[in-house]
Design a protein around this ligand. Structure first.
Ligand SMILES: [Zn+2]
Length: 465
């Protein structure tokens, strides 16, 4: 694939995607392999943004320095049909055409198809919030801070694609798979806990919360378990993938890039266990954060990191190992309904209002980008990798925790580990009963409540036997 003109290439590919892909929700692709000889290779790429780069969409302080590096961690699995990539990146989000472009580049590098490349963000906030279409919209305004620097954006994807390709030379046999889980103490809490007598949200318990009354309320609906899937070459653990559902922010907005508490935990474990590659995916945490346990003060970052680290450690210790017998891959396309209140003319008016704040103009650029993307019928891919009785579930954007819990009920005999923050296009994905409760997440949801039925039908197709 030519990478000489990324912008033109991106537009051509978006167009091709729009014309080729089916939009039917029943467009399930499924395959199952038995007696496989599976091979795995790992790669890690530094994706720390340069000084001056916007963080979290350009409405908080841009990069002034780096506390600790942002990283991309991936695996390539070979031997069960075309290769499969799972990739976790320390970004806030990667959305729409850019998400597709990255999947296309990685797929081309290792000889597979884009729907077999699952890319997820860990969702730190002192990190890039990438959407090429939103970037083009703000750039056209001339007076708005960038959303993502295109050179940096393309450089990251090209280096990751190259790293994935080079990793193939180091591929090892994987003979066994492990599943482990452990309760994480005092990290996750539901953000939508403070409600009036009708259930309507009165105030949000954010990623940090200074109000002792709201912090004293119960944890609410969360998934307390951190899950770990381990890959073994005989008795040697070569990769451990950890999954836990919480927003990963302790504090942010100071211009100091950081992989934050989940990244710090991952890095600590990696340093202690250099022979095993540790990867972390954020689960369906659209309405979950550390707010109950985080007043936003600096010392809490290390405290939360230690709790995640302990969870990873216990989960590894609790791991049960079995020989790999079956490997399956399923993916399904969905195209949710855009929020009926979205209106192109109105959005353009707000974006071009030069008296407005950056957040009040850059944010609608993501809304317009999503509206345009659904109009060109670029679907969202949901996918699942199955190995024996273990499944990874790959969900988009800020999926609410209820989707992750629902997936476990849909497949009660399967060990389901959920990664969300895949394609970030639709922002918050509440379940339908949460729309009447309003609150921040619902006000920033880009889809109609019908997204719930579409997502749930998709998850069923991926996980039901
Ligand atoms: Zn978020």
């Amino acid at each position: 694939m030519s990478i000489s003109n990324p912008r033109r290439e991106f537009l051509q590919q978006s167009l091709a995607a729009a014309t080729v892909w089916s939009l039917l929700p029943e467009s399930l692709q499924a395959e199952k392999h038995q007696n496989v000889s599976l091979k795995l290779s790992n790669f890690t790429v530094d994706i720390t943004p340069p000084k001056g780069h916007s963080l979290c969409g350009g409405w908080i302080k841009p990069v002034i320095d780096v506390t600790d590096a942002l990283e991309a961690h991936g695996i390539v699995l070979q031997g069960a049909g075309k290769p499969i990539i799972l990739l976790a990146i320390d970004w806030t989000a990667l959305s729409n055409g850019g998400h597709l472009l990255w999947r296309q580049r990685l797929a081309a590098a290792i000889g597979t198809t884009p729907e077999r490349v699952a890319i997820h963000c860990v969702h730190q906030h002192n990190a890039p919030f990438a959407c090429l279409e939103a970037q083009a919209i703000v750039e056209a305004q001339g007076d708005l801070p960038h959303i993502v620097m295109e050179d940096y954006f393309h450089d990251c994807s090209q280096r990751i694609a190259e790293a994935a390709k080079q990793s193939l030379h180091r591929a090892q046999a994987v003979t066994h798979i492990g599943k482990g889980e452990a309760k994480v103490d005092k990290v996750a809490s539901n953000r939508r806990i403070y409600r009036d007598e009708n259930g309507v949200i009165k105030a949000m318990r954010g990623s940090s919360c200074k109000d002792p009354k709201i912090r004293a309320m119960t944890e609410g609906t969360i998934d307390p378990l951190l899950k770990t899937i381990s890959f073994y070459n005989q008795d040697k653990r070569i990769t451990a993938i950890h999954y836990y559902a919480t927003h990963p922010m302790s504090y942010y907005g100071d211009g100091l890039v950081s992989s934050d508490f989940v990244g710090i935990a991952r890095k600590q474990l990696q340093e202690e266990q250099p022979n095993c590659h540790h990867i972390y995916f954020t689960g369906a945490a659209g309405n979950v954060s550390a707010g109950k346990y985080n007043d936003g003060s600096q010392p809490v970052r290390a405290v939360l990191a230690e709790r995640i680290y302990k969870g990873m450690h216990s989960s590894l210790q609790n791991t049960k190992v079995s020989p790999i017998k079956t490997v399956s891959w399923r993916n399904v396309e969905i195209l949710p309904e855009v929020r009926s209140t979205f209106n192109k003319e109105e959005l353009n008016k707000v974006i071009s209002n030069k008296a407005g704040s950056v957040v009040s103009r850059n944010r609608p650029s993501y809304m317009l980008a999503w509206l345009n993307r659904v109009e060109r019928k670029q679907p969202i891919i949901l996918s699942a990798l199955g190995i024996n009785d273990i499944a990874t579930l790959h969900l988009p954007a800020e999926s609410f925790i209820e989707y992750q819990l629902r997936a476990q009920t849909i497949a009660p005999n399967t060990f389901v580990a959920t990664a969300a923050y895949g394609d970030g296009g639709p922002w918050y994905l509440p379940v339908k009963e949460e729309y009447p409760a309003k609150g921040y997440e619902v006000s920033k949801a880009f889809c109609e409540p019908s997204v719930d039925d579409v997502m749930t039908a998709g998850i069923k197709k991926l996980l039901e036997s």
